[in-house]
Design a protein around this ligand. Structure first.
Ligand code: FAD
Length: 424
């Protein structure tokens, strides 16, 4: 469905910066838009994912279907139950079961599997590796020029910043924007599934083992492998972190030292990771943007660069791919008119991200209030604080985990058609 279908779509040169899930999905979706020439610039010499596992829930499956790649993501572990346990006592706090008999059950898969699935659908010649963006120069009516570390330059009409939470595209167009260390450090590794089950059969169920300021997460990810993702929160006013700590190798001793209060089997599980496998990630976050586009519609942000929420909701790859897909629909609908398309993109995605920021603020406030109450009542024993951390009360989260971006787009189109009969 398009507007003004008598005129051919404008010719558009689009430069995507970043080859994570957001950039790859944007490349796939934009390649289907008439008269759009797409190039994707990735700084890595080899496209490889760091990290361990990733959740593919209904919202992410929906966008993978729309991108036409869902059927090729065949590796992963269906999540039939989710467990929350006290990491010091072993007490089960709560467990819920999931129906995995549906066509596409929620799975945990290896990040590399999602990446190779997307990569297989990007047209040859689109991706340029070893292209680290350093700067973007606004050329007025001639678009923009991207400058890379290898001293080459490329012209484009539109830059899509899919370069993650530490985005250089965002730094160029929003120079005052800052991300800060949240206080959370994450360590992630993969290991044979068997090695975990031998320690405790409950490590074979996707689950979190909590203490008040940390947790250890276990999940099978398919192909005989499991994942451990351990997190600890320390007051960021006291403990700093470098912006570059993202996927940095660390020693086993370093990781283990943060989890000495946990059950012996958890400590043994951490010890069973082969030396050299742990990667450390420092979580950064930044404030909400008031628009996802800048420089008179020559720059747009997708994925983590557009909402620096540091992996909150565990669905950021899904959000990034939704952004890429919906951006392509807006361009297609408005026949590559950047002003109209990007304004509509903003209209669709900004309120969604705003709701996430609001939700996280409300959750943090609620938890603080609850902890203060416990302290006043003198009932702030560790078990109670763990329970408050583990039990997520409040709003129904289907607006995230069951989001159907295709349906959202249909509703937008029907609203536009009703307002102007589909004409400009
Ligand atoms: C601990 C943790 C757990 C998570 N778990 C999940 C989960 O279960 N499910 C889920 O959906 N999401 C999860 N997420 C979130 C998810 O990883 C991110 O939201 C997602 O990767 C964002 O995709 P992106 O494409 O926007 O950015 P990224 O994946 O960060 O990709 C950015 C790309 O840009 C490249 N790049 C950066 N700078 C430049 C430059 N200057 N020039 C060229 N290229 C550049 C990078 O090399 C990289 O390839 C998790 C995140 C964390 C931290």
């Amino acid at each position: 469905m398009t507007v003004n279908s008598s005129t051919p779509p404008k010719q558009l040169k689009v430069a995507i910066v970043g080859g994570g899930p957001g950039g790859l999905a944007t490349a796939i979706a934009l390649s289907k838009v008439p008269n759009v020439e797409v190039k994707l610039y990735e700084k890595a010499k080899l496209l490889r994912e760091v990290g361990a596992g990733i959740n593919i829930g209904p919202n992410t499956w929906n966008v993978l279907e729309l991108l036409g790649v869902a059927d090729t993501l065949t590796s992963g572990h269906p999540i039939s139950a989710v467990l929350n346990v006290n990491g010091r006592t072993g007490e089960e706090i709560y467990k819920f079961e999931r129906d995995i008999s549906v066509k596409r059950p929620a799975i945990r898969t290896q990040r590399t599997k999602l990446q190779s699935t997307l990569l297989a659908h990007v047209a040859p010649g689109v991706i340029q590796l070893a292209k680290q963006l350093l700067e973007i120069i606004d050329k007025g009516d001639d678009g923009v020029v991207l400058g890379f570390a290898d001293e080459t330059k490329e012209r484009a009409d539109l830059v899509v910043g899919a370069d993650g939470i530490r985005s250089v595209v965002r730094d160029c167009a929003w120079p005052d924007y800052e991300i800060k260390f949240t206080g959370t450090t994450i360590w992630r590794a993969l290991l044979p599934r068997r090695a975990l089950v031998d320690q405790d059969p409950r490590f074979d169920i996707t689950g979190w083992w909590h203490l008040p300021n940390s947790h250890v997460y276990f999940s099978p990810v398919g192909e005989g492998l499991s994942e451990i993702a351990a997190r600890e929160y320390q007051d960021p006013a006291v403990h700093g972190a470098s912006k570059v700590v993202w996927g940095v190798p660390v020693t086993n001793e370093h990781v283990e030292s943060h989890f000495k209060s946990y059950l012996p089997q958890i400590q043994r599980a951490l010890q069973s990771i082969p030396q050299g496998s742990w990667r450390e990630f420092a979580a950064f976050a930044g404030p909400e943007l008031s628009s996802l586009t800048s420089w008179s519609h020559k720059i747009v942000l997708v994925g983590d660069s557009s909402h620096a929420l540091s992996g909150a909701f565990g669905s950021g790859a899904g959000f990034a791919m939704e952004d890429g897909w919906v951006l392509a629909q807006t361009l297609s609908y408005f026949r590559n008119d950047l002003r109209k398309a990007l304004s509509l993109f903003d209209e669709i995605r900004l309120p969604y991200y705003h709701r996430m920021y609001e939700h996280l603020d409300a959750m943090a406030r609620g938890r603080r209030t609850r902890l203060e109450e416990l302290e006043r009542e003198g009932t702030d024993a560790e078990e109670e604080r763990v329970r408050i951390k583990a039990i997520r009360e409040g709003e129904d989260m289907d607006w995230i985990y069951r989001n159907d971006i295709g349906r959202v787009w249909e509703q937008i189109v029907s609203r536009l058609e009703n307002v102007n009969g589909g004409k400009e």
